[in-house]
Design a protein. Structure first.
Length: 179
């Protein structure tokens, strides 16, 4: 009798022996740091500015992260005009194999140097952007991005530059954290 109860207990519990195991390792976050070439439409004079971008991403959840970004775009006509921005904000991303598209919302500060060095003034700004990173192995990412900025309190109703960036980033592929 006891043997039958033990046998039925073992056979009845056999289905739990094949259940899915819990993950034994997970990464706490993803981080990358990159640089890029940028072209901007300053919305102050009808020309294209060119320059550089530096950025850092820290994704603390599978689809959520933060980004810090610096842009420096200069006039190519020798009039000493430039736009420089410092931004930080949140980003939402998805992963589709090697493609990682994202959207972002940023706040920051923008410096504008007027033509021929007349004056340099700083303004608060907001920005929104869309882009995608493409994974080239565990450590390298290529980025394409469009960003629309709105500078507040700029004379005559504000400034609304647009910036397109092509960049490359180093991805910190850390060791998994074990539970």
């Amino acid at each position: 009798m006891i043997g039958r109860i033990a046998l039925s207990f073992l056979l009845g519990g056999a289905s739990t022996l094949y259940s899915q195991a819990i993950p034994t390792a997970s990464r706490t976050a993803d981080a990358q740091i990159g640089v890029g070439y940028s072209m901007g439409r300053p919305d102050y004079i009808p020309q294209t500015f060119q320059g550089l971008t530096a950025y850092a991403d820290f994704d603390f959840r599978p689809h959520l992260g933060v980004e810090a970004e610096f842009h420096q775009v200069n006039s190519v006509h020798g009039d000493l005009s430039y736009e420089r921005t410092y931004e930080i904000g949140g980003r939402y991303l998805r992963t589709y194999g090697p493609l990682v598209p994202y959207v972002k919302a940023m706040i920051g500060r923008g410096d504008f140097n007027y033509p021929f060095g007349q004056t340099e003034l700083a303004y608060n700004m907001f920005a929104g952007g869309v882009g995608a990173d493409f994974k080239l192995g565990p450590y390298l990412r290529i980025r394409g991005e469009y960003e629309y900025q709105k500078w507040t309190s700029f004379p005559n109703g504000g400034l609304a530059p647009q910036i397109v960036t092509i960049g490359v980033a180093y991805h910190f592929a850390g060791k998994p954290r074990y539970r």
